[in-house]
Design a protein around this ligand. Structure first.
Ligand SMILES: NC(=O)c1ccc[n+]([C@@H]2O[C@H](COP(=O)([O-])OP(=O)(O)OC[C@H]3O[C@@H](n4cnc5c(N)ncnc54)[C@H](O)[C@@H]3O)[C@@H](O)[C@H]2O)c1
Length: 398
């Protein structure tokens, strides 16, 4: 079995990435928040969480406490560089454990809570919905309840600054026909155990705002891509498989449509919503980058060809394949596969001035370069985890 290890180029791109982070740390105009102020970022060792931790580290002076259970999808190595700073504290925590969460609130007294901890893979939710109910629903409840208990102990002035941001998904809205966009007012119609658990959590957050006046906000974002995504989701899985000359699976007819956003643009939207969003409101975040899965695969394989030409890739030479396109393999569709998502993000653009910086082509190029240069990270996070097909157990249950 060919390993990705031998396929990657030197670490130049990785170094460039790190240097740009260092430069960012020095140059970025920091928010003038109090040095003692603390933000809790749950799920901060996961894909979006790790990017958000970096974003907050670069753009603010906040102390960051990462609460993460470290499931298969969470890895300390994803935040290893920022953990070197005394401003970033890692607390291995299961958000379902009320006592542990309470202790952290009492000890670090956060001004902001950003909840990104979740079970996030639809295919896994089809095989094992229980984990999704626990973390996404019970975990969010525990976090809200502990936040509320802590909030009640705060003096009036601190209450005014306290904010709880719940990070959710466009999948709560269900599926669209050929036209139309999800709006913040679109009724929830989740179709997978994952989206149903996220929808339940959103309702709990709303209820804590309406009933207890806990200062909460919700964001619902479209599909993210970029560095540090565990290779089970479409883009990193297809990319690593192709780099190893393995089949690139495409579910069904490949014509399901998703609306793609580069993860850094999502992080910028989260920070804006957390600081400037109106309490009790929901904000959709998305880049209006609708693509069929087939279009995504073609763009990805095209970018891979540029970064690592098939004719110079030893795995492709061994497999006697001339083009990455030969690896495309249509497989059985996901049960209940939503056909189309498209997010209307007018509200966050209009009210908070958010707009994405990355277009799909440049985001994909950066993503490909990052994965090819991050061979150690890929090896470390995949230890004990293959890239086997998941999410077909429903068929057997019927
Ligand atoms: N990835 C996307 O495209 C996308 C799009 C919109 C919204 N979201 C939402 O953003 C959030 C982050 O998504 P992601 O893609 O980074 O997910 P991820 O699966 O990559 O990371 C989830 C993180 O949560 C941690 N975690 C899981 N259960 C936990 C628990 N009980 N206690 C503490 N930590 C726990 C994991 O260890 C991991 O670090 C999720 O809430 C997800 O629903 C994701």
């Amino acid at each position: 079995m060919a390993s990705v290890r031998c396929l990657f180029r030197d670490t130049a791109i990785n170094n460039r990435y790190r240097n740009s982070i260092r430069a960012g740390i020095i140059l970025a105009k920091k928010e003038s928040l109090n040095m003692q102020d603390t933000i809790f970022i749950t799920g901060g060792a996961g894909f979006i969480g790790a990017n958000f931790v970096r974003y907050i580290f670069r753009h603010t002076n906040l102390r960051i406490v990462v609460l993460d259970k470290l499931t298969y999808a969470g890895h300390k190595v994803s935040v290893a560089d920022v953990l070197k700073s005394s401003r970033v504290i890692f607390a291995r925590t299961d958000i379902v454990e009320a006592k542990a969460v309470r202790r952290l609130f009492q000890r670090y007294r956060p001004v902001f809570v950003a909840n990104l901890a979740a079970e996030s893979h639809v295919d896994r939710s089809i095989d094992s919905p229980g984990d999704f109910i626990e973390t996404n629903i019970v975990g969010t409840y525990v976090l809200l309840e502990q936040a509320y208990q802590f909030y009640q102990t705060l003096p009036e002035a601190r209450r005014k600054t306290f904010r709880f941001l719940h990070v959710s998904t466009d999948e709560v809205y269900g599926t669209l026909g050929r036209t139309g966009l999800f709006k913040e007012t679109t009724p929830y119609q989740p179709n997978s155990p994952y989206s149903a658990s996220k929808a339940s959590a959103d309702h709990l957050v709303r209820a804590y705002y309406e009933t207890y006046k806990l200062p909460c906000l919700i964001t619902n974002c479209s599909n993210n891509y970029g560095p540090y995504q565990f290779p089970e989701k479409l883009i990193p899985l297809a990319l690593l498989n192709a780099a190893e000359a393995k089949p690139v699976p495409i579910y069904g007819d490949g014509l399901n449509i998703r609306d793609w956003l580069y993860v850094e643009d999502h992080c910028a939207g989260l920070w804006l919503a957390l600081r400037k969003g109106k309490l009790g409101e929901k904000y959709n975040i998305g880049g209006r980058n609708e693509r069929t899965n087939l279009q995504v695969i073609h763009a990805l394989l095209g970018a891979l060809e540029k970064a690592l030409p098939a004719k110079r890739n030893p795995a492709m030479i061994r497999a006697k394949k001339k083009s990455y396109l030969e690896l495309k393999t249509f497989v059985r569709d996901r049960p209940g596969h939503d056909r189309r998502y498209a997010i209307g993000a007018d509200k966050i653009r209009r009210e908070l001035g958010w707009k994405p910086k990355h277009d799909f082509e440049s985001g994909i190029r950066r993503t490909v370069e990052w994965y090819l240069a991050s061979r150690r990270w890929c090896r470390q996070v995949q230890k004990g985890h293959g890239r086997a097909r998941l999410g077909l157990k429903t068929a057997r249950r019927r």
